[in-house]
Each structure stands twice: as C-alpha cells, then as structure tokens.
Design a protein around this ligand. Structure first.
Ligand code: GCW
Length: 652
C-alpha cells in the first residue's frame, strides 16, 4: 500500500463475526481477495474448511450470473458469495465489504452489471503531463519513461475494482512521439507490469495508438488501411503484444480528429480504418475502440452552413453495420464536447447494427478543473435515462447501448479519468465522489445520484447524519450551481480558449472550433431546428425532433442550443431570457457563498486535511464564480440594454 488517500475503502471491518473466510481458489484474483481481507478487515483469517468459515466463496455454474455477476446469500450467520468466475467473487467481496462498512444488514442479493464494458480512458502523456488533467502528474509516466510507482497503480486498481471497472486505457488518445512507441517491443515489458497489476483486479489494459504508426515507427511509406504492408505491420504488432501480454484488451483510436491522422488521408472510410485494427487484433480476442469525435476543427466562423453538432452523426450513421464484430464505436454523451448542458447525441438510438459505448468525462475539463464542486452523477444518469423515442416508443439510451450493439459484451460506458499524483488522487476531496459514482452507476444503472452520494459519504467519512446531509446537499446541487453561474440555457463554450477555465464570453466566437453563440443586440442562440436551422434536430427520432423544433416543447435548459431567441423571449419558467440570465448568475454565486458557510460548520467532523482542501478550493470556486457572474451579466446588459428588473448591481 502506498501512503495515498484510501478514498471510499477507508474503514476496517471490526465486526467480530465476519472475520473467517473460506476461499479454495488460488488465482491472482483470489490472491487479491486475500490481500484485501488483510487490509480491510481487522482480524481476518482464512480457514481451510468451509464449515469453519462465516464467509464462504464458491465458484458455481449459474448462467444468470454471467461472467462478472455474483450472488450473496445469508443463512445461519454464514455469508456465501458465489460466482461463475473469480472476478465475480472479487466483486462479491467488495459488495460484502461495503455493506459491513456501512453497518448495513447483510442481505441476499443477485448482482449482475448492467453494462458490459465499464472503462476508464486516461489522457496521460509519457512526459508526465495529463491532457485536461488537474490532479498532478500521470501515475504511469514521467520524463518520457514509465514512472514505475507500482504501489500507486495497485492502489488505483483496487479503487476501481471495488466499484466494478473492468477496462483501462493508460495513454492519451492524442498519441505523441514517445507514446507512438508504446506498442513496440522496447516498451512491452513495462506495459506488462501495469497490465498484470490491473489484471489481478479484473481490469483489462488498453493502449491508445497512433493511426500513422506504420509510417512513423514501421518504416513504411503509407498508413493506408487497405495497403497490404500496413495490414501486415499491425498484424505483427498485435501478435507481439499478445505474446507479451496474453490478456491485453486492445486499442483505442482517435482518428481524423483534431489533427490526429486517420483514414481520410487515404480517401478511406472510418470503417476501413477500424476494421484494419480489428483484423489484426481478432486472432487474439482483441478489441478496437474507435472514437466518433470527428468534426471539422478548422471551421470558418463566417460559414454558417456548417454545424459542429451534426458531425458525429453525419460521419457515422451511414457506416452502421459496416464494422467488424470486435470494433466498438465510442460516442461522446453530447454532440459538442462535455459542456454543462448538451442534448444527448442522436447516434444513440440512431445506430442499430454497430457495437457502441457512450463516453463520459470524469476529468472536469469544462466543469471547473477539480477546483469547483461538480458532482457528475446527475449528468450521466440523465444521459443513460434519456428516452430517444426511437420507433415512437420508450427507448432509453442505457438499454439501446446493448440492444443496438451487435455483440452486447462489446457495449457499455467509457469515461475520461481524472486522477493524478496528488495525494488525494482528484485534487478536490469531494470530487472523489465522481470516481465512485462512475463505477457504481456503470454497474447499476438504476441507482440514483443521491443513493450513490450517500453511499460514498458513508464509506469515506465518519459523519453525523446532520453533517452528511449538508455535504450531500452541496453535491446534489453542485451541477445546477455551476450551470447557473456559467453559460446559460445550453449555449456552452463561453470559456477561456484552450484553458477551458473561467469566463471568456466571446473567446470562441470568431475561432475555428465551431462553437458559436451568435449573441447580438437582439438575442442569442443557435438555430439547430430542422425547420429553418442547421437541421441538427432532424437527426433525432420524429417525436424528439418535433419537441426540439418547437419552442412550446423545447426544454428551457436546452433552448439556446436549438434556437436563436430575443432577450425578451419568455421561457417556460415565466421569466424572460435576459432576466433568467441575470437571476441565475446572481443565484449561482450566492449558492457558492452558502457552500462556504456550510463547509465552515463541518470543521469539527471532517478530517483536517480534507477540511482544509475543500475550504481553500471553495475560495477559488467563489472567485471564479464571481468572474463568471459579472462578465456574463455585464456582457448581456451591454448587448441588450435591458436592465435587471431587481436592480442589482451589474457593471455596465
Ligand atoms: O474536449 C476536447 C479536449 C481535448 C481532447 C478532445 C478529445 C484528448 O479539449 O483536449 O483531446 O476533446 O476528446 O479527443
């Protein structure tokens, strides 16, 4: 164990009864269970006869448990954890632990994950930096070498295993010079050290690869996916990797996106590109995850015919059914890029014959850089529960991920990770909740954001009921608070360019990234209707299209995503648009002030380091929230010339 924060694995089970266990298995996963007993139980002892144990692990044949599920039964004060694999036993172990740690009654339960792939993508570079990382340097790399801090990686692996994560890609999807070489022999022993650690926690390791590797490191003159030499190159690479790491997961690929190379260079399609990797990996059971974040990032702001929101759908819908069985498309939750409020990407429900996973972002790129409190579970739940209304009936994203994938084991969820070398992993203590929530929600889609936060609080701290409720209230309101003081009504991207922290209302307005708000003296918003706008709304099923097209039914919180409206437009809330902007921005800051006051009350109950950590960061959140409030309010007062009806101070 390293000296790092133990997060939600923070308690030792002192319960006298449950300290003896029987576990016949000898695999690396079983060894992990033994190690966890030693760490998480006060007096655990392994016994070699079943009837002397109060915790019994049992491998069973039980189709309803699948490969990863487990069953926990209790009779006469003996808990039996059964599963078809050691992985299921490990998940069962953590479940039992969390129940005991929360002093909950041990109850019979069958638990099977709702999503098959439950993955983390790291955006770590070998120089130690992390793209969009806010919690220190990479836990894997440093100075263009492997960091070799295996204790940290082990501690990290157990955190994820305890909430059911089963796949991790370790390097950035923007694959630079040194990282392009990760697939080569010279680096495989080091990748294997990491993969073996993850493997002993039931996690498969993936690498992000550079599409242009054949040219860059293979000595070829082309990286054309239909070229024989290129195919041979990838086949040899795959063979070599699997010889070193037999349970290697596969590749993650960002191609033809934000400057990364891809099949377009050779006039080929994304199906050609993805299937090339699929063929190379297939003999070894390997898997390619192909990202759909493909759009024109060199747009001319003058050109109103392009709408970035349309891009993923326009690029991929025509390729539905054309991918090999071991390809999975990875699609960002929203059509633009992890803004506070975006509609759900219409490819969910649109794709019918292609494996796919939804991509979330745990790292708080646009949501406060882990300096602001932003509990993300509500965002993810909203996406998973989104009713696409495809075929004119209820069709929720969480079900469609499986149902519309050719092979349901190749569907699920991925998220961009948020940890670094900071002692508490996430920089902000409270933002450990997002790690926990992500894992729990991937496993059990029906859990509520509140249930998850309560569980996290109970496992992480020893708080009185009253104190726990205070923190809970902060977490559960945090997303709306951030939304209040930043960009209004689904408009997004009023952030400082490149940095993506703090306000810059026109920062992207004349830039090449396709993220415009079109504010003028009369109004603001993007007309994405299929009536007289960009047509984006038309990518949805009929009922959704109609709902978004029509101001009478378009939800307030997305109204500027779909419509360009005058400041005097009256929202469903009864407020004018301009008054909504003023009110929410004043309220957003007031809420942060309340958080500060609430937090101060917790000084007695919170561990000192955590108390200080959050207290300091709340000051920063407050500073930046005020910047947002004042710049946004001033900007719109100047544009519209309409005063705040409550007469509050706006810097004119
Ligand atoms: O949100 C954008 C980020 C890039 C990132 C890209 C992506 C890894 O600003 O930093 O690149 O998304 O998802 O590929």
């Amino acid at each position: 164990m390293s000296t790092r924060d133990t997060c939600w694995l923070n308690k030792k089970i002192a319960n006298k009864h449950y300290q003896t266990y029987y576990l016949a298995e000898k695999s690396p996963l079983a060894t992990t269970i033994r190690a966890e007993f030693a760490v998480l139980f006060a007096n655990a002892s392994e016994v070699d006869e079943k009837d002397k144990a109060t915790i019994v692990f049992e491998r069973v044949l039980n189709a309803k448990l699948g490969v990863e599920g487990f069953e926990m039964t209790v009779s006469e004060n003996v808990v039996t954890l059964s599963a078809t694999s050691d992985k299921g036993l490990l998940y069962g172990f953590y479940h039992l632990y969390t129940q005991l740690a929360q002093d909950k009654a041990i109850q019979t339960i069958v638990s099977v994950p709702d999503q098959a792939i439950r993955m983390i993508n790291h955006w770590d570079n070998m120089d130690g930096s992390i793209e969009r990382g806010y919690a220190g340097e990479s836990i894997y790399f440093k100075d263009n070498k492997f960091r070799r801090d295996f204790e940290t990686i082990r501690d990290y692996a157990r955190l994820w295993a305890s909430v059911g994560i089963n796949a991790i890609s370790i390097n950035n999807v923007n694959v630079h010079k040194y990282e392009t070489r990760l697939i080569l022999e010279e680096n495989l022993p080091e990748v294997k050290y990491i993969a073996d650690i993850f493997s002993s926690y039931g996690i498969k390791t993936y690498l992000s690869v550079n599409f242009a590797s054949p040219k860059i490191v293979g000595g070829l003159t082309t990286s054309d996916p239909l070229d024989e030499g290129v195919n041979d190159f990838w086949a040899a690479i795959a063979k070599n990797i699997y010889r070193a790491i037999p349970d290697f997961g596969g590749f993650v690929v960002k191609a033809d996106s934000e400057g990364e190379p891809g099949p377009f260079t050779y006039g080929r399609g994304h199906d050609d590109g993805a299937n090339m990797f699929a063929r190379a990996l297939a003999p070894f059971g390997g898997h390619v995850i192909w990202r759909c974040f493909v759009y024109d990032c060199a747009q001319d702001w003058r050109d109103r015919s392009i709408d970035r929101a349309r891009a993923a759908y326009d690029h991929f819908i025509g390729l539905d059914g054309k991918f090999d069985d071991n390809v999975t498309l990875q699609i960002k939750l929203g059509p633009i890029d992890f803004q506070t409020r975006e509609p759900v990407t219409p490819l969910f429900g649109g794709l019918k014959k292609t494996n796919h996973i939804i991509e979330f972002q745990i790292t708080q790129e646009y949501t406060g850089h882990q300096k602001h409190i932003y509990y993300l579970a509500p965002v993810w739940k909203e996406a998973l529960d989104f009713d696409t209304k495809v075929n004119e009936k209820e069709n929720l994203v969480k079900n469609l991920l499986k149902e519309n994938s050719v092979i349901s084991e190749r569907s699920g969820i991925a998220a961009v990770g948020s940890v670094g070398m900071d002692k508490n992993w996430t920089h902000h203590k409270l933002m450990q909740s997002n790690l926990f929530a992500y894992g729990r929600l991937c496993w059990s889609n029906q859990l509520t954001s509140k249930e998850i936060a309560e569980e996290w609080l109970a496992l992480s701290f020893d708080l009185s009921q009253e104190a726990a409720e205070k923190v809970l209230a902060i977490l559960l309101t945090s997303r709306e608070t951030y939304e209040f003081y930043t960009a209004p009504l689904g408009i997004g991207f009023m952030v400082k360019p490149h940095l993506h922290y703090g306000p810059d209302i026109d920062g992207y307005e004349y830039d090449r990234w396709g993220t415009y708000h079109f504010a003028d003296r009369n109004g603001i918003g993007v007309n994405r209707t299929s009536i007289d706008g960009t047509g984006y709304a038309g990518q949805y099923a009929k009922q959704r299209e109609a709902e978004y097209n029509d101001l009478a039914t378009c939800p307030d919180n997305l109204v500027l995503f779909f419509h360009h409206l005058p400041y005097t437009h009256v929202l469903h809330s009864g407020k004018t648009l301009i008054q909504h902007i003023y009110d929410t921005h004043f309220e957003g800051v007031a809420r942060v002030e309340n958080y500060i006051a609430t937090w101060d009350v917790l000084s007695e109950e919170m561990p000192a380091a955590d108390f200080e950590n959050v207290k300091t960061l709340l000051q920063e959140q407050h500073r930046v929230a005020k910047d947002w409030r004042d710049q946004v309010n001033t900007y719109f007062l100047r544009k519209s010339g309409i005063a705040d009806e409550k007469g509050r101070h706006i810097y004119a």
